[in-house]
Design a protein around this ligand. Structure first.
Ligand code: 8ID
Ligand code: ZN
Length: 352
């Protein structure tokens, strides 16, 4: 039976911590519209985007907003008169950033759901996964393959699919060098593994012993500590034959590493921008360098339903495994504080 009230962590303002409620109203099955479903959440991952949103870095949101866009649980209800549902009650499914897209515009038809002008996102435009029960949509929840542990698979719903899709945008080729600034974080540590699985050689850029050890263990061949290095640009060039990597996928949440990548990339190199600094950070690079080095600069936002299915399948095959720590839901605010202090190597997954 579905309770009338349950727990949720809500953003009630940009100046205080998340408010833990135990009397959040739960939508009842009779209140679900066709196509909607109710998911009982077991695990929710904490992404750096949640922190940006919570601090107001991405602009206004509705208050109170239930945060979170990485979640795994089971479907407990589906709206009456839902036609052709690809999922059924009892199915194990994931909640991801894209809550819903129109499926009919040019962007959706070409597999670019993240660019659909009317798409909504969990934990930002609509309520998300930091709750016992989350409202989602039968066409958008992600079936989780058998054999993947729920906690371990949770971060793949945002961090995993996003970095996997971004690596595809880098046009990976066997044996080529790729730099990953932010390699020790949630997206980055998965990126090392997907990149190695794609045959690339990884230069991990981040800071601190814990992140260095993690990155090297996961298959990065080179390590540059951006806080210790006296010249990150030169060190990254040196790590890749003295002429720089063929690609860089930037997943750090600060703006500087994008500019650095333009400087250290090999001619004909590809820069994929993924990490989102708060506010209106700008790319500040010499245009002449972009032109003369013939660089490609690409932005990449999450991924479509096929990307997430591929990212999960690769993990299910054993080639990629999230490094995560499970913490009780009640510790959500201290997890946000650790993330702000750049203390989290890998990901933290909250247990509901
Ligand atoms: O669809 C998208 N484009 C998308 C999806 C999901 C997340 C974008 N993101 C964005 C987030 O909003 C955030 O800005 O990607 C960024 C990384 O998210 P995350 O992996 O969840 O964050 P994290 O675990 O905190 O890792 C960030 C790492 O960057 C390092 C930090 O030490 C941390 O390990 N870092 C920083 I901050 N500055 C750096 C620098 N100058 C740096 N690493 C290298 N050089
Ligand atoms: Zn995310």
């Amino acid at each position: 039976s579905i309770p009338l009230k349950a727990r949720a962590a809500v953003i009630a303002s940009f100046t205080e911590g998340l408010v833990l409620k135990d009397d959040q109203p739960v939508l009842q099955p009779s209140g679900l519209a066709p196509g909607e479903c109710l998911v009982k959440i077991d695990y929710a991952g904490v992404c750096h985007s949640d922190l940006h949103i919570k601090e107001g870095g991405w602009g206004p949101v509705k208050f109170p907003l239930v945060g979170g866009h990485e979640g795994i649980g089971h479907i407990v209800a589906i709206g009456e008169h839902t036609a052709n549902s690809p999922v059924k009650i009892g199915d194990r499914v994931g909640i991801k950033w894209i809550a819903k897209a129109c499926l009919n515009c040019e962007m959706c038809r070409t597999g670019n759901e993240a660019c659909c002008a009317t798409h909504t996102s969990h934990g930002f435009k609509v309520d998300g996964s930091f709750a016992d029960y989350a409202l989602s949509y039968v066409d958008y929840v992600t079936p989780i393959p058998e054999g993947l542990d729920s906690a371990a698979a949770t971060p793949l719903l945002c961090a995993g699919v996003t970095i996997y899709k971004a690596l595809k945008e880098a046009k990976p080729k066997l044996g080529q060098w790729i730099a990953i600034p932010g390699a020790g974080g949630g997206l980055g540590h998965l990126g090392i593994q997907y990149a190695v699985a794609m045959g690339m050689r990884v230069i991990a850029i981040d800071t601190g012993d814990a992140k260095r050890d993690l990155c090297l263990k996961l298959g990065a061949e080179k390590w540059v500590d951006f806080k210790i290095s006296k010249d990150v640009i030169q060190d990254v060039k040196d790590a890749a034959d003295g002429i720089g990597p063929h690609a860089a996928v930037v997943v750090s949440s600060s703006p500087g590493p994008l500019d650095q990548a333009v400087m250290y990339l090999r001619p004909k190199g590809t820069l994929v921008a993924v990490g989102l600094p708060s506010g209106l950070a700008m790319l500040k690079v010499p245009i002449a360098l972009i032109v003369s080095k013939c660089l490609t600069i690409v932005g990449s936002a999450v991924g479509n339903r096929q990307d997430v299915s591929e990212a999960l399948a690769i993990a299910a095959s054993g080639k990629v495994a999230c490094r995560y720590e499970v913490k009780p839901f009640s510790e959500i605010n201290s997890v946000f504080a650790d993330m702000a202090a750049e203390k989290i190597a890998g990901r933290v997954v909250l247990e509901l």
